[in-house]
Design a protein around this ligand. Structure first.
Ligand code: SAH
Length: 284
């Protein structure tokens, strides 16, 4: 039987790069938009398809949460366009971003729309695609590792563990106007799952804690705040739901941050491989 093509004649494997180059990735066609998740931060957490897209696009339109180190992987000559907040100025309007994507695609560019984490997790990826559909622009979605999974892993918190939780709730602490979202049923959410993973929740955390306690959640439940997850500056803080107000008065957690409510925090004591004694590689 012939050896698989990835094994060289001397029995050793081809190097990773040779193997990647020979993989049959889908062609990035001119006039297409690829909406790609870059992962939560650490460049190694991007997918091979994300890497392939960086290597084949003409223009990358990227968000504020994309680690600039990831943009180093583009091929020379690729245009980079920033679509996030700039020095305190308001964010680029969502409408302007989608119009720009359409304009670039109609000009025949291979447009890589790069977002932090996963493009469909609190990333407005769905909205951008709806506009592409309306404009008749072909697109592909490349999922990414979302901060609410990858960030937890880098803090030593398994999102699920049979001894602590059989369910997880993901929610955002922020609606389009910046307020605590009124269309989350806080009463129901409070007791529906042992673990609640919250995106964009630091600003309204005091109100969220009040709403969860009013909904019947135990004020002694642990709150874990993971800032700059998966990056060298990652930091993790703990408090309890009932102590959130006092905690916020004495400490301002760095953002972006993921807030985790629930008992999976206990696992960090034994599973903290990234910041704890098991850490070997500062970049990850
Ligand atoms: N699409 C992204 C989420 C975008 S919403 C994803 O799938 O991860 C932005 C929120 O994501 C931030 O407010 C924060 O709550 C979270 N987030 C993104 N990157 C993060 C990081 N490196 N560390 C901690 N939180 C992060």
């Amino acid at each position: 039987m012939d050896k698989p093509s990835k094994i060289k004649a001397d029995g050793t494997a081809h190097s990773g790069f040779a193997r990647l180059d020979s993989e049959p990735f889908p062609a990035f066609e001119p006039g297409w938009v690829w909406l790609v998740g870059a992962g939560p931060g650490a460049p190694g957490l991007m997918s091979l398809l994300c890497y392939h897209a960086l290597q084949s696009s003409d223009v990358v339109v990227y968000d504020a949460l994309v680690n600039p180190d990831i943009l180093k992987w583009v091929r020379p000559g690729t245009a980079l366009e920033y679509a996030g907040k700039r020095g305190g100025k308001p964010s680029a309007q969502q409408r302007d971003i989608t119009l720009r994507l359409i304009e670039l695609a109609e000009a025949g560019k291979r447009v890589l729309r790069l977002k932090g984490g996963d493009p469909f997790m609190f990333g407005r990826g769905g909205e951008e695609c709806q506009h592409l559909v309306k404009a008749g622009i072909p697109f592909r979605i490349v999922p990414g590792i979302t901060a609410g999974i990858g960030g937890l892993a880098y803090a030593g918190l398994p999102a699920t563990h049979r001894d602590t939780n059989h369910s997880v709730i993901f929610l955002t602490g922020h609606d389009a106007s910046g307020k605590m979202p009124a269309n989350v049923n806080w009463q129901a959410v409070a007791t529906a799952s042992p673990v609640i993973v919250m995106y964009m929740a630091v600003k309204n955390l005091d109100e969220i804690a009040d709403a969860l306690i009013a909904g019947g959640r135990d004020p002694d439940d642990t709150v874990t705040i993971i800032s700059h997850a998966t990056l060298p500056g990652q930091s993790v803080a703990h408090t309890t739901l009932g102590a959130v107000r006092a905690f916020l008065a004495s400490a301002e957690p760095a953002t972006p941050a993921i807030v985790v409510l629930g008992p999976i925090a206990e696992w960090r004591e034994v599973l903290d491989w990234y910041q704890g004694a098991l850490r070997e590689n500062p970049v990850g």
